[in-house]
Design a protein around this ligand. Structure first.
Ligand code: FAD
Length: 350
C-alpha cells in the first residue's frame, strides 16, 4: 500500500529525504514556510568530512554519507558538490598527529604532506607549516542549493508553503501535523525542521534536546582562483566556491567570534587576508547561521513514537544523502540499519 509521508522542513535534510523517499513510490508532502533552505542550510560552510569529534559509530555514519554523495551525484549532475580534498595545516588546537593516529586505523585516507608539497597544493598560502595532513576524499557542497536540486528532482512530492504548528496525535500514534493552513494527515510524519524540531516534538511530549549555537561565515566578492581545497589553518577554515567567492569561518561550533557579527567579520577577514597572498580579496558580506546541534552532539535519527521520525543533526551537510538513504530504506522495509543504532531518539527518554 502507498504510504503518505509528511516531511516538516525543507532544508538539506528534509529535501534529501523527499528525494529518496519519493523514489520508493511513497506520496510525499514537504512542508516549509520558506524556500531559501533553512537557518542552517542557507548559512553553512558545507564541508563534507568524517574527521571531526568522532566516536567510531559517528565516524562510520559520516563515512557512509560521504560515499552517499558520490552515489547520488551521477543522477543529479547539477548538485553543487565538489570532491576537492582538504588540507589540514592546523585544526583549532586538535593535534594533527592525534587526528592521523585515530583515523587511519579505520581506513580514512589521511596522508602527510611536506612543506614543498603544500606549496604545490596551495601556492597562495602564506604560512606554510613543515608538514600538514591531506585528505583527498573530502568535499564541499553548497547546502541550500543542494536542497533546491533535491526538491526539483523529488518524485511524487508536493511542496506546501506553510508552517507546522504542532504534531497531531491519536492514541499513541502521530497522525500528521497541524499547520497554519489546517491539519495534514499522514501515515508517517518526519520532523526535519532543524532548530525548530525541539518545539514541534514537544507538542507530542517527545524530548529532542538541542543546542543552537550561532555560526558566522564571511564571504568575499568573486575573485580569480586562489585556493583549490578546503583549507584549515590557524584560526580559520576556508574554501573557494565555483563562483569565485571565498567563504571562511573561525570555529566549528559556537565561539566568541560569533558574538558580535560585525567585529567577528572584520576579524575573520583580517585572518583571511593574512592567510592568503593576494591583493584581490574584497569583503562582500557575512552570514550568521544557527547550528541544530543535539545536546550530546550526535545526530538524532529514528522513530520515538508510532507514525513519527525525527531527523535532526549538525554536520547535516555531510550527512544528508546518507541519512536520506537509511531512513528511506527503514520506512520501506521496516529494517533499521545498524549504522543508525547509536542515534535513536529514545536515548533521551529517561
Ligand atoms: C555556520 C555553519 C557552518 C556549518 N558547517 C558545516 C559543515 O562544514 N559541514 C557540515 O556537514 N555541516 C555544517 N553545518 C551544519 C549543517 O549546515 C546543518 O546540520 C544542516 O544544514 C541542517 O539542515 P536541516 O535541514 O536539518 O536544517 P535547516 O537548514 O535549518 O532547515 C530546517 C527547515 O525547517 C523549516 N521549518 C522550521 N520550522 C518549521 C515549521 N514549524 N514548519 C515547517 N517547516 C519548518 C525551516 O524553514 C527550514 O527550511 C554548519 C552549520 C552552520 C550554521
Amino acid at each position: 500500500m502507498t504510504q503518505n509521508i509528511l516531511i516538516i522542513g525543507a532544508g538539506i535534510i528534509g529535501s534529501a529525504l523527499a528525494y529518496r523517499i519519493g523514489q520508493s513510490g511513497c506520496t510525499v508532502s514537504l512542508l516549509d514556510p520558506s524556500e531559501v533552505g533553512g537557518a542552517a542550510s542557507s548559512a553553512s560552510f558545507g564541508w563534507i568530512n568524517a574527521s571531526y569529534e568522532n566516536p567510531k559509530p559517528y565516524y562510520s555514519l559520516r563515512r557512509y554519507a560521504m560515499d552517499a554523495w558520490n552515489r547520488i551525484t551521477p543522477d543529479l549532475p547539477n548538485l553543487p558538490y565538489n570532491m576537492n580534498g582538504t588540507l589540514y595545516a592546523d585544526y583549532y588546537g586538535v593535534s594533527l598527529d592525534t587526528l592521523h593516529a585515530e583515523h587511519t586505523p579505520w581506513g580514512y585516507p589521511f596522508e602527510w604532506v611536506t612543506h614543498d608539497q603544500i606549496t604545490i597544493l596551495e601556492p597562495k598560502l602564506t604560512k606554510v607549516p613543515k608538514h600538514a595532513l591531506y585528505c583527498e576524499i573530502e568535499a564541499q557542497v553548497i547546502p541550500d542549493m543542494a536542497a533546491k536540486v533535491f526538491r526539483q528532482h523529488a518524485q511524487n512530492t508536493t511542496f506546501i508553503k506553510t508552517s507546522a504548528t504542532g504534531l497531531l496525535t491519536k492514541g499513541e500514534t502521530i497522525i500528521g501535523a497541524n499547520t497554519n493552513d489546517g491539519p495534514i494527515y499522514a501515515d508517517i510524519t518526519i520532523l526535519a525542521a532543524g532548530t525548530h524540531s525541539q518545539a514541534l516534538a514537544a507538542t507530542a511530549e517527545i524530548p529532542v534536546p538541542l543546542h543552537t549555537p550561532a555560526g558566522l561565515l564571511i564571504h568575499t566578492k568573486p575573485t580569480t582562483p586562489l585556493i583549490s581545497h578546503t583549507i584549515l589553518t590557524d584560526g580559520l577554515h576556508m574554501q573557494q566556491r565555483a563562483d569565485g567567492t571565498v567563504t571562511a569561518g573561525g570555529d566549528f561550533g559556537g565561539g566568541s567570534i560569533n558574538e558580535n557579527p560585525n567585529l567577528g567579520s572584520n576579524e575573520l577577514f583580517s585572518r583571511l587576508q593574512e592567510a592568503l597572498d593576494s591583493n584581490e580579496l574584497e569583503f562582500s558580506h557575512h552570514t550568521l547561521g544557527i547550528r541544530p546541534t543535539p545536546s550530546d552532539g550526535m545526530p538524532i535519527v529514528g522513530s520515538p513514537k508510532n507514525g513519527l521520525y525525527v531527523t535532526v543533526m549538525h554536520s547535516g551537510a555531510t550527512l544528508a544523502p546518507g541519512i536520506a538513504e537509511l531512513v528511506a530504506a527503514e520506512i520501506e522495509t521496516g529494517h533499521r540499519d545498524a549504522l543508525l543504532d547509536t542515534f535513536h531518539p529514545d536515548r533521551f527518554i529517561s
